[in-house]
Ligand binder design. Structure first.
Ligand code: GDP
Length: 170
């Protein structure tokens, strides 16, 4: 089976759910404690993807970046070599959608060929939503990326999102 290793960055403001999405995808678990990521943490998950009648073994190296620091040299080195990125916003905080334009620009400067996918997270917190599905659609169109309405808590669309990105990477 052909094997690939690909670096994937998770990008978005603090507390949008980057760490929780990785935890859900890699360990199938959720934790409602907020443990801020310091610096960078890399998790790894292998999936099998069908392509042209063959199976491909893809290992995703998922880089979780602390989101609220300013873009700097250090950040650039985190972004370098990324084949893909999950841009994460939080449906309960509209400002987290707007901020993704800057994250996408920063990434494209460093890794112009990286594939993007958008996770509009916390879809389970319906009564707290500040952003609508049409806001998310508009953002996704702008970023020219597919989008998923995810819940790291319930697991909604998390696997679908990472599998879709995986297909884009191979
Ligand atoms: P990060 O800073 O972007 O890595 O955010 P975290 O993954 O640490 O999540 C921030 C907070 O939001 C934590 O308290 C999580 O438990 C909570 N959280 C993350 N994803 C979801 C979700 O899909 N639904 C709900 N209800 N809470 C979530």
């Amino acid at each position: 089976m052909a094997k690939y290793n690909k670096k994937v960055c998770l990008l978005g403001e603090f507390a949008v759910g980057k760490t929780s999405l990785i935890r859900r995808f890699v360990y199938d678990r959720f934790d409602d404690k907020y443990i801020s990521t310091i610096g960078v943490k890399v998790s790894r998950k292998s999936i099998v993807i069908p392509k042209d009648g063959e199976l491909i073994d893809l290992t995703m190296l998922l880089w979780d970046l602390a989101g609220n620091e300013e873009f700097s040299q250090v950040r650039a080195s985190y972004l370098r070599g990324s084949s893909g990125a999950v841009l994460v916003c939080d449906l309960t905080r509209k400002s987290t959608l707007d901020n993704l334009h800057q994250y996408a620009r920063d990434l494209r400067k460093i890794s112009p060929d990286a594939h993007l996918i958008l996770a509009a997270n916390k879809v389970d917190l319906i009564s707290d939503h500040q952003a609508t599905v049409s806001d998310v659609k508009e953002l996704a169109a702008h970023l020219e990326s597919p989008f998923y309405l995810t819940s790291a808590k319930d697991g909604d669309e998390v696997e679908d999102l990472f599998r879709h990105l995986g297909k884009m990477l191979v």
